[in-house]
Design a protein around this ligand. Sequence first.
Ligand SMILES: [Zn+2]
Length: 415
Amino acid sequence: MAAAIGFEFAVVAIAKQSVVVEVGFEVDAAAVAAVAAGGAAARNVFFAAEGHAAVAAVAGLHEYLGFINKHDNKTPEKDNISELRRYELPERRPRLLKRLALILLTLVIVAAAALYVLYFRRTPLPAAAPHARVVPAISTIPGIAVCWVETGKTFSRFSFGSTAGSVLVRHPAGDLLIDTGNSSHFDDEIRGFPFGTWLKLKSLAGELKPESPLPQLLRQIGEDPAKLRWAIPSHVHLDHSGGLMDLPPLPVLLTREELQFANDPSVQARGYVIAAHVQKFPSVAAPTLQFNPVPYETFDESADLYKDGSVVVVPLRGHTPGSVGIFVNLSPERRMFYVGDAVDDERGFEERVGKSMILLDSDNAGKVADQIVGRLNDLHEKVPGLAIIPAHGRSAYKKFFPGGPQSCVSNQYTR
Ligand SMILES: [Zn+2]
């Protein structure tokens, strides 16, 4: 019998932790007839000699083991594999899909965890030491208004969406631009940095690049950029002072300590301050902003820009050595406090939490910056009607400017 049948073995596939063996017969019809007549063993089944398609799992053998009849001249391998697939695929496909789903789920979980750790997790900070509050006398200045000029945004559909740009203060004695957002030449300005620095700038500040240059947006709300009296950056980082590159020359209000910081080559090497922007600033020897020892709210020093109490600047040192906050008082009831990057967003002063991990590196003096968060939280609790606006906290802008970007608010009405 062994001589009568030539066996041909081929390992075809590995599945379900078992080796699937395809066994081909070279069957001699006469010999098979003889064997059949002699009586096959109970566990063996032989095919009819003429039926090439007859393929079956052999009872008692492994379910994947197929005996293939190669009796005729048709292409047995092809037929055999397609026959084999009838057995294999229903088992293999769900398993493969399960594995893919598991890999995908793992990737999603890892990405979500990374996002949470980098962007959303914040460290709770201690409360500020008790501090006296000096309640300012605020009069309503006729003709004053404040406008939201948004040059860049991300995730704007979500509550955690970011923004960048300017807040324009319209004042009878000349208009003031608070912050200027990114330069419209952002990509060119960061091109020369080493890859790691370039990537950091591109993926953080670069997400808030101007969709339209600042002067164009100012004109859209009826503001002539050439007639601005001053610009006051909350600090000199590129996403706050870059817009100066697009504006006609104008006086930029900065303290000596912030100018020293901006001119420091090691600071510029880290990419947060761009040398070309510094050319738009006054020289270190001629600072344009100085605080007086006049307490204001919970701050010990202040600078009253128009000398009428409408716009009052206070130091918020920490994020940078000369970071400032700017109070804009439209009326005793309608007031905003622009705080630059002292906090990432409203969570900073509402929940008294630090910066997200991805932005920690942007603080020049982390511990000092954390103390400012405590101060802002204290102020928020003492003056609940005051709208504290973090430079990038889009949801805070939306509350103060119900008309959205490119809209203004005055002490009389919103337009
Ligand atoms: Zn910023």
